[in-house]
Design a protein around this ligand. Structure first.
Ligand code: IPE
Ligand code: IPE
Ligand code: MG
Length: 241
């Protein structure tokens, strides 16, 4: 008798936290004979589809990989385009995100990006701080290993400045956003099947979902498909049922 057919084992609930690796902007543009920067522009617009989909489907947490610690190795002109688009995104979307009840926060390093950029990011965090419909986290100059290294540094610093005996199992509290639940589902576009240093600690038990489509083509329907597949998965967390 197949236990897999037993519907009681199928998780029909929505994922609470979806993490998204938006990949394939460059290839999307090149395929059309355009510059990679056109793909990044279209990619930043596709973020709107993700946010609308999450609001419609009442997903409470979304985290998006916008710029990795490794992406600094790209040509400076491309890095500049990516940060210009991020600044533009903040400027253009802030009012609407505020109105739609979205709380925005950022994870990643803030010591290697411009002061102006950091001030814009902080403004967005401040002005959306009381929103509760959707928590949207943007990972900028983010790398999972870098986050763990910084968390260890912070824990050692806390050890020195307080009498609390911290232990390695407290590490989670020193990550960039300890209040976020672990992602239930990681989505990656463009056919690549890897995490590329995204949430490597938190995604320990996430379900992974890949699509061949490039990020700029991501729609609310793509999100719905990923969630429908997630709902067919059997999450066992090491147990036997
Ligand atoms: C994702 O698209 C955007 C970032 C990594 C910032 P890519 O720029 O990686 O596009 P491809 O993978 O080269 O097509
Ligand atoms: C991952 O995409 C980083 C972001 C989406 C921000 P990359 O395109 O940088 O990843 P690799 O290099 O293909 O692994
Ligand atoms: Mg890529």
């Amino acid at each position: 008798m197949s236990t897999h057919a037993d519907s009681t084992q199928v998780s029909i609930s929505n994922p609470k936290h979806i993490a998204v690796i938006m990949d394939g902007n460059g290839r999307w543009a090149m395929r059309k004979g355009n510059q990679r920067s056109d793909g990044h522009k279209a990619g930043s617009e596709a973020v709107r589809n993700l946010v609308s989909g999450a609001l419609d489907l009442k997903i409470p947490y979304i985290t998006i990989y916008a710029f990795s610690t490794e992406n600094w190795s790209r040509p400076k002109a491309e890095v500049d385009v990516l940060f210009r688009l991020l600044a533009h995104f903040i400027e253009k979307e802030l009012t609407e995100l505020k109105e739609r009840g979205v709380r925005v926060r950022f994870i990643g390093r803030r010591d290697r990006i411009s002061k102006f950029m950091v001030s814009q990011m902080e403004k967005m965090e401040r002005e959306t701080n009381n929103n509760t419909k959707l928590s949207l986290t943007l990972a900028v100059d983010y790398g999972g290993r870098d986050e763990i290294h910084r968390a260890i540094d912070r824990m050692m610093e806390a050890q020195q400045t307080s009498n609390t005996p911290w232990s390695a199992t407290d590490l989670h509290q020193f990550l960039d956003a300890p209040e976020l639940p672990d992602p239930d589902l990681v989505i990656r576009t463009s056919g690549e099947m890897r995490l590329s240093n995204f949430l490597i600690y938190q995604a320990a038990y996430a379900e992974l979902w890949f699509t061949e489509e490039y990020w700029p083509d991501f729609t609310q329907e793509t999100l719905a498909r990923a969630i429908a597949d997630y709902q067919k998965r059997h999450r066992r967390f090491g147990k036997i049922k």
